[in-house]
Ligand binder design. Structure first.
Ligand SMILES: NC(=O)c1ccc[n+]([C@@H]2O[C@H](COP(=O)([O-])OP(=O)(O)OC[C@H]3O[C@@H](n4cnc5c(N)ncnc54)[C@H](OP(=O)(O)O)[C@@H]3O)[C@@H](O)[C@H]2O)c1
Length: 301
């Protein structure tokens, strides 16, 4: 019998696409959401982590939880309140799930949590970061550390997977539409030095990585989910220009301008290092899109 999968944040970019794929593979899927506005024709249940409320009916017959919920990292400026929401919407939700799973003594096959390559910090250097590297001591590094630690609560009872995603590339949602609209208007240009690396992953590969964990094709653990090709912001911007048939003519946006507009959030736009995908590949996972040109040509063709 196929697993029944509960997805938190199933209405988002990855959750929507993963839901479609799971349904196409005959899985039962249910969503846990803040409000029942799901785009999908599937059963949804509500929760409110601030009030520690969860519709426990969502747990009926589930075998797998995929935890994707979390307030958007780059959606709003990082005020103190927003930072708290970013962390708590990931950490407290994970703990709440753990509490109800324990309360009902549910035996899961797997608990699968999203995480991000931001765990390695908003820093640009020559290190190629691997899963064994320590989380960096900055806001997103600490957020991912706490998020992953909360996921580890499930480790005594089930298989835990933590997928550290790079920037997920999709035509209509996430980071790409914002960049493409600037480039289409002729306003695209590299950010800051343009030397910061931008580990990325095509949406199909991100969804396949989650599918591989659900189907236990890879061993439990922590995995970087990024393509093999390392490209920096300047190369990424030029590849976008080529894919959209627009020349990138403007000079780089100075760092101080981005810092003025975005405050601390500018750090994740202006800094970034390379991240290795060797661990997940060593478990037999193949990335369909390894080169940025191929990923963008599929997205914009
Ligand atoms: N996309 C990327 O480039 C990327 C890169 C690295 C890591 N990740 C991580 O992977 C996960 C999934 O990514 P995604 O791109 O699919 O995210 P997304 O499109 O932003 O969706 C996340 C979902 O989380 C729920 N959510 C939003 N704000 C929330 C809050 N304050 N409290 C609780 N739930 C909230 C929403 O679902 P409901 O409205 O149904 O509640 C939303 O649809 C996220 O945690 C993200 O940080 C993504």
């Amino acid at each position: 019998m196929k697993n029944k999968v509960l997805i938190t944040g199933g209405s988002g970019l990855i959750g929507s696409r993963l839901t479609q794929k799971l349904i196409a593979h005959n899985y039962d899927v249910v969503h846990l959401t803040r409000s029942k506005n799901s785009k999908h024709d599937i059963k949804t249940y509500e929760w409110n982590w601030g009030k520690k409320e969860i519709d426990e009916n969502c747990l009926e017959n589930i075998n797998v939880i995929v935890h994707l919920a979390g307030a958007g990292i780059a959606e709003k400026p990082w005020t103190q309140k927003r930072k708290e929401t970013i962390v708590k919407s990931r950490v407290l939700t994970t703990r709440l799930l753990h509490e109800v799973i324990n309360k009902h003594k549910i035996k899961l096959n797997s608990f699968i949590s999203a995480s991000g390559i931001g765990v390695y910090g908003a820093i640009t250097n020559e290190i190629v970061y691997r899963e064994a590297n320590e989380p960096y001591n900055d806001f997103i590094g600490n957020c991912c550390k706490q998020w992953e630690r909360a996921a580890d609560l499930f480790q005594d009872d089930t298989n835990v997977y933590k997928l550290r995603l790079g920037i997920v590339l999709d035509k209509n949602e996430g980071a790409l539409p914002k960049m493409s609209s600037m480039i289409r208007k002729g306003l695209g240009s590299p950010l800051g030095s343009g030397n910061q690396y931008m580990p990325w992953v095509h949406i199909d590969d991100a969804v396949n990585a989650f599918m591989n964990t659900i189907e236990k094709k890879i061993n439990p653990g922590t995995y970087n989910v990024v393509s093999s090709q390392h490209c920096n912001n300047k190369e990424f911007t030029n590849a976008m220009g080529n894919a959209l048939n627009k020349r990138i003519r403007l000079p780089n946006v100075p760092s101080f301008v981005l810092k003025f507009i975005y405050g601390e959030l500018a750090d994740i736009l202006l800094e970034g290092s390379r991240v290795s995908n060797e661990k997940i590949k060593s478990q037999g996972f193949d990335f369909k899109y390894d080169r940025i040109e191929d990923a963008l040509s599929e997205i914009y063709s």
